[in-house]
Ligand binder design. Structure first.
Ligand code: TXA
Ligand code: MG
Length: 352
């Protein structure tokens, strides 16, 4: 479906959307585009359907799913209460790439919440996702539509590559927009907590609710993250990967030196860089991921480029890291997870 320029009523009447909505109501699995990444959906009130999501993805069952709804009003049927901070964030960012963690009443399928007393919910803004949710008329539990551990899918082709034969339907709405997943904020406590950085930046959250804090578990170290999914190695290509943080020439030199180490050890080596610096490197593959001067372009291309390294057969991957805040915070979170924590900082650690 090409959503370009089409109105919501016209998308709702699209036969493909109707067929996908009927599949969801019948307990089947349907992948669909959202503005962040593609999701793998099932009726959130149907425990059997939700369990089949975990099977299709090989997802650990202790990792709860996000429930997607067409409109905020729908969720009042099954959440306990909407705190004031939640209300403010919802009215600022829904529909859009924000997930709120709220207390539920226990009426959703228990596999959705992995037994927790809270549930993650969001109202996506992608026109095809909205049309599907309106047509389905049921809350839709949907994790990213990748095999567990792989980079999230940002196109229908990625979903097909991971899940063909394991799902009933796939709505192709072209490439997703933001490219990294939604920002997850827990609003059940006295202070709103950012559990996963994503499409809505911390700055933008703080403009609406100045008290929002970052989950200390996100910084690594001994504190366990509050969001169960955040603890898994994720978004990972098959090759060994390093991220070189820092900036300027020191960073470029370090990236090249690490790539050369891989080459010397006999590996097929890939470098993840940006348009500005693609000509600076030598390796088997030098792949630009957007423009360094445009964080949104880097986020949008990140998972596609990580998947590319797999297709090419890269065995040793060195990625340039990014400094600063905003979307680069989310990009660095995903990159360091893809690298399983192998993060090298050229600012503080010049010659290890
Ligand atoms: O952008 C997105 O959020 C995409 C699209 C499809 O909507 N979905 C997505 O879902 O990324 P998934 O399952 O890949 O990631 C959900 C994250 C996990 O880190 C999970 O642990 C967390 O949200 N989460 C879900 N429910 C939670 C809860 N009740 N408490 C804390 N974290 C929760
Ligand atoms: Mg995921």
């Amino acid at each position: 479906i090409d959503p370009g320029g089409r109105s919501l009523p016209s998308l709702r009447n699209d036969p493909a959307v109707g067929e996908a909505a009927a599949m969801l109501r019948a307990g089947k699995l349907v992948a669909f585009p959202t503005e962040t990444v593609y999701g793998l959906g099932a009726d959130a009130s149907d425990d059997l359907a939700v369990r089949s999501i975990f099977r299709a993805k090989d997802r650990p069952s202790d990792n709860p799913l996000i429930v997607h709804v067409a409109e905020e009003s729908v969720l009042y049927d099954w959440i306990r209460k909407m705190p004031e901070t939640g209300r403010r964030l919802a009215s600022a960012f829904w529909p859009g790439p924000l997930t709120l963690v709220l207390e539920h009443r226990g009426t959703l399928a228990s596999s959705v919440t992995a037994g927790l007393s809270t549930v993650g919910v969001r109202v996506p803004s992608h026109p095809v996702a909205r049309a599907l949710l309106f047509q389905a008329g049921v809350p839709v539990a949907a994790p990213s539509a990748n095999r567990s551990g792989k980079p999230s899918p940002t196109s229908a082709e990625h979903v097909w590559g991971d899940l063909a034969g394991r799902i009933h339907g796939l709505l192709d709405g072209g490439p997703s927009g933001v490219g990294v997943e939604s920002t997850v904020v827990d609003v059940t406590g006295p202070t709103p907590l950012l559990l996963r950085p994503g499409g809505i930046t911390l700055d933008r959250l703080q403009q609406v609710t100045p008290t929002v804090e970052v989950d200390p578990g996100l910084q690594g170290g001994a504190v366990v993250p509050r969001s169960p999914g955040v603890k898994y190695r994720h978004y990972a290509p098959r090759g060994e990967m390093w991220v070189v943080a820092g900036s300027g020439e020191a960073q470029v030199k370090r990236v090249q030196a690490l790539a050369d180490e891989g080459t010397a050890a006999g590996y097929k080596v890939g470098i993840l860089t940006t348009e500005e610096r693609r000509k600076r490197y030598r390796a088997d593959w030098v792949l630009p991921c957007g423009r360094r001067s445009d964080p949104a372009s880097v986020a949008r291309n990140l998972y596609r480029v990580l998947r590319c390294f797999d297709e090419l057969g890269a065995e040793w991957i060195v990625a340039e890291g990014f400094e600063g805040k905003g979307l680069y915070d989310s990009v660095m979170n995903r990159l360091s997870k893809a690298a399983d924590g192998r993060l090298i900082d050229t600012n503080t650690n010049l010659s290890p």
